[in-house]
Structure formats: structure tokens, C-alpha cells
Write a protein that binds this ligand. Structure first.
Ligand code: FEO
Length: 396
């Protein structure tokens, strides 16, 4: 990719990855992802984060196109995850006098992942680094997304170099700034990046939002996705809503099903919810839809109903994967319903009850468990379950 000016002397160095199938080798990225680094050219030159290692050659060439044979004085490490620190070692090898800028958590990570750094500048909340006409201020935002994570606020142009915060899946297909792209396309990818990567750390994200509130921010330059410069409220309000578990009226129904009986139970519930006036109903087959997408809707809607047949005396494996992800991320403020099929020895509903105990969401109705094909008695129970969920949602 070409380097692009975000101001007269601050450059966007972003690289589109359309080859990787799974981000972190877990999360599907059918629309790819960008890795964004930034360069400030002043009396001193500073890089803000680097890029994933497969882009090192192009990255070094682009930097040289901007600064010629000048040296880079500082590498600010906002976040050490290798999608951003992948070129760190190459940068240090090419610019051996470069000073690495980080907080008390950063340099241990540098040593663990790459090498013992020779030149470092230790910063803390409020520390200032003068580059000439640009002044950088640092603020830690731990766990958004790792413990060492910080942001860098450039005071002259009021730019927040935000690391993962406010980032997005999806490559930048020509457009780099929020006013150059169709945000409708990015909305799902922004949210999936948030829920998949940062979603476990919502309380930390809330703390970061409040910590940054006093700063006058005109531009947000994240390490993935668009640079936000025209409508910052678009991204800020969404981050605030998602990280505070402010959920909409709606229900996510997820089932595992080998021969259709548990699916049939899900369909009964979904139909009744629709009859009761619930418009946002998302029904997912856990074997078909990746957890990445399902968890996204769980961060959107207040109702969650899950069904599993017994599978070798346990949960259906793909339902198990989803539920362990939910337990790991532990989103809050949900209503829960559970159902399933006993099959020949039970284990589905039995383990859904364990999930219910662990996640501590309000169970709106007793678990409904069928044996084999759906019969009248349990169909009635499923309708009652759907009614109980609808009552809760409509009462809000
Ligand atoms: Fe984009 Fe937490 O790294």
C-alpha cells in the first residue's frame, strides 16, 4: 500500500491482509484486515507501532520513501501483540539507535517476544515526549487489549493513536478515512473486532473511555481499519454501548442438531417469539455459523436461548465451543432459556444447566428436554419458554 498523509507530516502506513483466514488463528476474517502503523516526521522522527511481520519488506521501503536516509528516533509501542510488533526487530536492526518508548509492562514483553532492548524510554500516564512541533502524551489503557496497552495522544493535531481500540476487521479497499468509506459495510466488522478481541475486557474498555474523555480528540488513528476523522461519535457511541452491555430487544437462539429434532424445538421457540412481537430473532446452527458471528449478536441482544442434544453423554461439541467462549467473555445483562434432546442417555440439558449456573444470567423458564421427536407436551413447554422470554423483553 502507498503511504498516505493524515496531516502534513504524519503518515499512515497500513497494509491489507487478504490472505489470512483466521485472525489470531481463531476468528474468521472473510473481508481481511489491515495493520496500521503511523510515522511522525519532525525534528525527531517517531513511529507509532509497527505491522505484522509478513509486511516487513514493504514497510521498511515505505518508511525510507518518507524519511530517506534519516534515522528514526523513537518507536512508540502502544501494544505488543505481534500483529503490531511483528516488524519491531527489523526496525531495531535497521535503526539500531532507535529508542523504544513504552510503559513498565512493555519492555518485559519486548524481551520475551524479540530481544532485550538497548535503548528505552519508560513512560507513564501523562508523560510527554517532544518531537519538535509535535508533542506526544501517553496514557495506559490496560487490557484493551493486553496488560501493557497504552494510547498516544498527539497534542498539536489532537490525534489519538489508539492501538486496538476503535479498530476493525476488513481491509481498507482504497478508502482509509471514515468519510471515504461506506460505514454500513464496516459496522459488522467493527463490532466483530470489538466483541471477538476486546469483548472480554468491557469493564477495562469503559475505564479507558472515561480516562480519555477529558482529551480533545479530532482524529482516532487505530491499528486496524479506518482512520476516524469526520464523525468520531459514530465509533465512540458504539464502543460505549457495546462495552457497557447496553443490549437491544431481541433473541439469539442457537442449537446443535444431528437429525433435526433439536432444530425443530428451536423453530417452535422462534415462531412464538415472533408471534409475541419480538422482531430481532437470530437463529443459528452452531455447526454452521462460527462463534465469531454468534458472539457478536449475543453482544447485541438481551435474550439468549440455547439448545443441545446429548452427544456421547455430553453437550453437542459445537454448542460446547460456543458456550465456553461465552463463559470466557462473560457478557452481562442477558436473559437465558435452555432446551435440548435427551437422545439415549442424556447429557445435553444436564450440561446446559451447568452453563446456566456458571454464567449467572437470569433463567426465564424451566429447561425443556425432549426424548427423540418433538411431542405435544414439550411443544407446549417450548411455547411457554418463548412466552416467558418475550414477557421479560417486552417488560423492559
Ligand atoms: Fe491488533 Fe491486540 O492486537
Amino acid at each position: 500500500m502507498q503511504h498516505i498523509n493524515i496531516t502534513d507530516d504524519i503518515y499512515f502506513l497500513g497494509y491489507n491482509d487478504r490472505r489470512t483466514h483466521l485472525f489470531e488463528n481463531i476468528w474468521p476474517i472473510p473481508f481481511g484486515i489491515s495493520y496500521n502503523s503511523y510515522l511522525i516526521r519532525d525534528e525527531k522522527i517517531a513511529l507509532i507501532d509497527t505491522v505484522e511481520r509478513s509486511f516487513i519488506d514493504e514497510y521498511l521501503e515505505n518508511i525510507e520513501e518518507i524519511i530517506g536516509d534519516r534515522e528514526i528516533d523513537y518507536l512508540v509501542i502502544n501494544h505488543m501483540e505481534p500483529d503490531h510488533s511483528g516488524a519491531l526487530k527489523a526496525i531495531v536492526q535497521k535503526y539500531p539507535d532507535i529508542i523504544l518508548v513504552g510503559n513498565k509492562k512493555t519492555f518485559g514483553f519486548v524481551e520475551n517476544f524479540y530481544m532485550k532492548p538497548e535503548h528505552v524510554l519508560l513512560v507513564q500516564d501523562g508523560s510527554i515526549l517532544e518531537l519538535g512541533k509535535h508533542r506526544l502524551q501517553f496514557q495506559t489503557i490496560p487490557m484493551v487489549h493486553w496488560p501493557e496497552t497504552m494510547v498516544t495522544y498527539e497534542e498539536t493535531n489532537k490525534i489519538l493513536f489508539a492501538g486496538d481500540a476503535f479498530g476493525s476487521y476488513g481491509t481498507l479497499d482504497g478508502g482509509v478515512f471514515d468519510d471515504e468509506i461506506n460505514l454500513e459495510f464496516y459496522e459488522v466488522e467493527v463490532m466483530r473486532y470489538f466483541t471477538n478481541i476486546v469483548g472480554k475486557y468491557c469493564p477495562h474498555t469503559q475505564r479507558a473511555i472515561h480516562k480519555l474523555d477529558p482529551f480533545d480528540i479530532k482524529m482516532i488513528a487505530a491499528t486496524h481499519g479506518p482512520v476516524w476523522r469526520s464523525d468520531l461519535q459514530w465509533i465512540l457511541t458504539r464502543y460505549n454501548k457495546w462495552s457497557s452491555y447496553d443490549l437491544d430487544q431481541g433473541v439469539v437462539i442457537v442449537y446443535g442438531s444431528m437429525y433435526g429434532h433439536t432444530q425443530e424445538m428451536a423453530e417452535v421457540i422462534a415462531r412464538r417469539l415472533a408471534e409475541r412481537g419480538i422482531k430481532n430473532i437470530r437463529v443459528y446452527d452452531a455447526s454452521k455459523t462460527h462463534t465469531s458471528y454468534i458472539i457478536n449478536d449475543i453482544f447485541k441482544y438481551k435474550g439468549f436461548i440455547v439448545g443441545s442434544p446429548a452427544y456421547n453423554n455430553s453437550l453437542f461439541p459445537n454448542v460446547q465451543v460456543l458456550l465456553s467462549t461465552i463463559e470466557h467473555m462473560a457478557p452481562k445483562n442477558h436473559y437465558l432459556g435452555i432446551f435440548g434432546n435427551y437422545s439415549w442417555n442424556g447429557g445435553g440439558v444436564k450440561n446446559l444447566k451447568v452453563f446456566a449456573e456458571n454464567i449467572k444470567w437470569e433463567l426465564v423458564y424451566d429447561p425443556v428436554e425432549e426424548q427423540g421427536s418433538l411431542k405435544k407436551e414439550n411443544k407446549t413447554q417450548l411455547i411457554d419458554l418463548a412466552d416467558a422470554m418475550a414477557d421479560k423483553l417486552l417488560a423492559v
